[in-house]
Write a protein that binds this ligand. Structure first.
Ligand SMILES: Nc1nc2c(c(=O)[nH]1)N[C@H]1C(S)=C(S)[C@@H](COP(=O)(O)OP(=O)(O)OC[C@H]3O[C@@H](n4cnc5c(=O)[nH]c(N)nc54)[C@H](O)[C@@H]3O)O[C@H]1N2
Ligand SMILES: Nc1nc2c(c(=O)[nH]1)N[C@H]1C(S)=C(S)[C@@H](COP(=O)(O)OP(=O)(O)OC[C@H]3O[C@@H](n4cnc5c(=O)[nH]c(N)nc54)[C@H](O)[C@@H]3O)O[C@H]1N2
Ligand SMILES: [Mo]
Length: 762
């Protein structure tokens, strides 16, 4: 039944470019997933896979972190969730013969698309130092390799332990416990490249770095502002929540350099009208902002709010809330009064009337939600920009009451839960102390390395071992050439993965790939079948239980791999009962309950239908766990990126057929792109000004101050309605253009959505 793996690769000779869509989802998305599921999985596996997706008793979708609605439909999933399931569950396996046929030197020349299509990893493989091949190895030998290599390090801080956000709470808790028992806080994760800027901004101002709303709040809002987010592709089920909010009377404003299909119009595949009709026009206002212009826009709106209050005192600000719960208003008001309108125009590219209109909507709204994703977090000024969201919302008391609040929309399905469980290089000291006391172990307190710092430390030899629980750091991080050198210079690399990717190709001197079960699969342990738990973007924690037969016998769960690695590395005398953890995940959850704040009585609460929602001071009771107990209104200096003449500001986005570095296919349907990825979206007026034309090919050079010429060659120009002066291409290919040192202030997140570039025709 299984297909043969493809022999072809990304080949742009059949690339076609059509007009972008206004509308997202609808009939075609449903039509696309079901036959594909049946053809790839077979009828029985497909039926089991899709019938259990996001259902109680089934498994949580492994795609994005969007929450499940309280009343679930029969098919509670979206096109891209189905694609993620198909990608994981297809019974296509990498055969043992693959490793002899494909040397590392060849794999390094392959694209993510080709690598991901080869099928599931089903046996541990090992690269002997000095050889050009992985070879199959037993699990026992694999763990012995890890033990020897880690024991040979001069200090535990010479190893770094990455995590990607698909990992369950149970695996994440066990993993961070292993890493801290080993003796380091080097726990970088994908969040460093994702919502780290959000956590930094909200943590310092509100005391909690997570969304301050619940799912039901969308339907209670008067106004929902969606900034720097493309829900049509990345959180498709959010469009259903927006449609419901709209039906209940909410207004929706989209702020984006691109007129993304889902933001403008939505045809809901779960309603007959959505299948056939013209759908719902979602956005009442679309602000086509320049890249990195959001801080200026938010300040300009706050300035107008403050001016409206001055004109009619006592009518605009929520003075009672500000008096009781906030600090910093006076300095902020003075700072906003001095805001330079010309700079706002230059930074945003917006007309004054557009900003007036948004300010009027905000002032008229009693309940406002602002959501955002990577369009805000991946800029040099990302953290102060998100602090400005907090400022604007605090002015009118838009937090801690129904239908209102800041809501970052997280990416990976359990990236938020992993942080709750302790996956962070700088977990607060009380957590670390509690962890140490609970298990009777010495837990290091000094902060560890984040993702960018880990790459740098690997590159200059300070770190010599790299272990990854999921993910694909080589492709996900900036400065691809540096990352490739850094990882292949490691003494040891270990990747716990479901599928092959480029991180495996840039193997350390000694390297292991350890195959693991995915979330769709039955996880059978000594005490019986296990479930795991995950946390969505609105802090709801629930169980997930795999239903499909495992891809192959002998593939271990993430918990098993972590527990066995810990036993091998830490030795038999270690105080943690790793065997007990592996045999029965309740044993892990008992410890989570005792260590992780908000997880008391975890085993009982996770078994309730639908799980439970973690406490959240600002959301639940307007309690702000900051140093002063108040929500902090902050003053942030505006800084506008000046793009030299003849240059553009480049962002990198996801296509509709990819999940981060994973390519499901080669189409980006909503943007009109088919059969290829090497495109550069540029405003037609900018093309004309640069003397270039749609269809022409260019090399893209980024202009960094370190003198290195970073080039992404051979992109086809696509005349596209993006904001003036701004261009877009796809991630992860674009990472070759981003210097490792180009990161956001405070959060150290790669600034991959504002890169100054020069185009050269080829
Ligand atoms: N199908 C699918 N789903 C996914 C993912 C996936 O790859 N595929 N990835 C998951 C992950 S890990 C994440 S983090 C999320 C990502 O979800 P998104 O953040 O929605 O994903 P991106 O494709 O990075 O889109 C960024 C959006 O912000 C806009 N933007 C860029 N710069 C700016 C700016 O300066 N200002 C404003 N206002 N807008 C800007 C872009 O035009 C684009 O619409 O999605 C998650 N879900
Ligand atoms: N230029 C640019 N760079 C970016 C971004 C951008 O917008 N622009 N976005 C950033 C963001 S938001 C993120 S989150 C990162 C993503 O960074 P990562 O999380 O590191 O990357 P992914 O592509 O999600 O990882 C895919 C790999 O995970 C493995 N995998 C899949 N499922 C499982 C599982 O269940 N268990 C295990 N153990 N492994 C599994 C597979 O081997 C697969 O190849 O990239 C960042 N990089
Ligand atoms: Mo992400």
């Amino acid at each position: 039944m299984a297909r043969k793996p493809p022999t072809h690769d990304v080949d742009d000779s059949h690339l076609t470019v059509g007009p972008p869509r206004r509308s997202a989802a609808g009939l075609e998305s449903v039509a696309e997933t079901l036959p594909l599921a049946v053809s790839r999985l077979g009828a029985v596996r497909a039926a089991t896979a899709l019938a259990n997706l996001n259902q109680r008793g089934g498994y949580d979708c492994m795609s994005c972190a969007w929450p499940d609605p309280p009343d679930r439909k029969v098919a509670e999933f979206c096109e891209n969730g189905a694609k993620a399931v198909i990608w994981e569950a297809e019974p296509l396996r990498i055969p043992s013969s693959f490793w002899a046929e494909h040397p590392l030197s060849e794999l390094r020349g392959r694209t993510e698309y080709w690598l991901g299509q080869q099928g599931r990893l089903v046996e541990p493989v090992y690269r002997n130092p000095g050889t050009d091949h992985y070879v199959p190895i037993s699990w026992e030998e694999a763990f012995a390799v890890v033990r020897r290599a880690l024991a040979a390090l001069a200090s535990p801080d010479e190893a770094t332990f990455y995590t990607s956000g698909r990992t369950s709470n149970e695996a994440a808790f066990a993993y961070q416990l292993f890493v801290r028992s080993f003796g380091t806080n080097n726990l970088p994760d994908c969040s460093n490249m994702c919502h780290e800027s959000t956590g930094a901004a909200m943590g310092a101002t509100l005391g909690v770095g997570k969304s301050a709303i619940s799912y039901e709040d969308f339907a209670k809002a008067d106004l929902i502002v969606i900034m720097g987010q493309n829900p049509g592709t990345c959180h498709p089920r959010m469009l259903t929540a927006l449609e419901e909010a709209k039906a209940a009377g909410a207004q929706i404003v989209a702020v984006n350099p691109l007129p993304e299909a889902g933001l403008i119009n939505f045809r809901n595949p779960q309603r007959p009208r959505g299948l056939l009709g013209h759908g719902t026009d979602l956005a009442d206002q679309f602000l086509q902002i320049r890249l990195a212009g959001d801080m200026a826009l938010l300040q300009a709106v706050s300035k107008r709010v403050l001016a409206a209050e001055a004109a009619a005192p006592g009518t605009v600000l929520d003075q009672a809330f500000l008096d009781e719960h906030c600090e910093g208003l006076e300095a902020f008001a003075a700072h906003m009064a001095a805001l330079d309108d010309d700079e706002v125009r230059a930074a945003t590219g917006l007309r004054d009337e557009e900003i007036d209109e948004l300010a009027a909507r905000y002032i008229a709204s009693e309940r406002t939600i602002i959501t955002w994703a990577m369009g805000l977090t991946q800029h040099r000024k990302a953290v102060p920009t998100i602090r400005e969201i907090v400022n604007l919302l605090l002015l009118r008391g838009n937090i801690g009451r129904p239908g209102a609040g800041p809501s970052p929309i997280r990416g990976h399905s359990n990236v938020q839960g992993d942080r709750t469980m302790g996956i962070w290089e700088r977990m607060p000291e009380p957590f670390l102390t509690r962890l140490g006391a609970e298990f009777g172990i010495d837990v290091p307190l000094e902060p560890g390395l984040d993702s960018v710092e880990s790459i740098r430390a690997l590159a200059d030899g300070r770190v010599k071992a790299f272990v990854a629980l999921g993910g694909n750091l080589v492709s996900a991080i900036s400065d691809t050439a540096v990352a490739e050198r850094a990882l292949s210079g490691a003494r040891l690399s270990v990747a716990i993965s479901t599928k092959l990717n480029r991180t495996h190709a840039f193997a350390g001197e000694e390297a292991l790939i350890l195959p693991t079960l995915g979330r769709t699969e039955v996880d059978l342990q000594a005490s019986g079948p296990q479930f795991v738990s995950v946390e969505d973007t609105v802090c709801a924690v629930h169980a997930s239980e795999g239903k499909l037969a495992p891809i192959a016998p002998g593939v271990l769960s993430e918990v098993s791999i972590v527990a066995r690695m810990a036993r091998a590395v830490l030795g038999p005398g270690h105080p943690v009962d790793w065997e007990g953890f592996e045999a029965d995940y309740d044993a892990i959850r008992e410890r989570i309950a005792r260590v992780v704040p908000g997880c008391e009585d975890y085993n009982a609460r996770i078994r309730r239908p639908g799980g439970f929602v973690l406490a959240h001071g600002p959301r639940d009771e307007r309690r702000f766990p900051t140093a002063t107990g108040k929500a902090r209104i902050t003053v942030n200096e505006l800084e506008t990126i000046r793009v030299p003449a003849g240059r553009l500001l480049l962002q990198s986005v996801r296509s509709h057929d990819q999940f981060n570095t994973t390519m499901y296919g080669l189409n980006d349907r909503y943007r009109g792109i088919h059969n290829g990825r090497h495109v550069l979206f540029v405003n037609p007026d900018d093309l004309a000004e640069l003397g270039l034309a749609d269809g022409q090919h260019v090399d893209v050079h980024s202009e960094a101050d370190d003198g290195v010429d970073r080039t992404l060659p051979g992109l086809r120009l696509v005349a596209y309605p993006t904001a003036r002066g701004c261009a877009a291409t796809y991630f992860p290919e674009a990472n070759v253009l981003v210097p490792l040192g180009a990161t956001a202030e405070v959060s150290n997140t790669p600034a991959s959505k504002s890169v100054v570039v020069r185009l050269e025709p080829v």
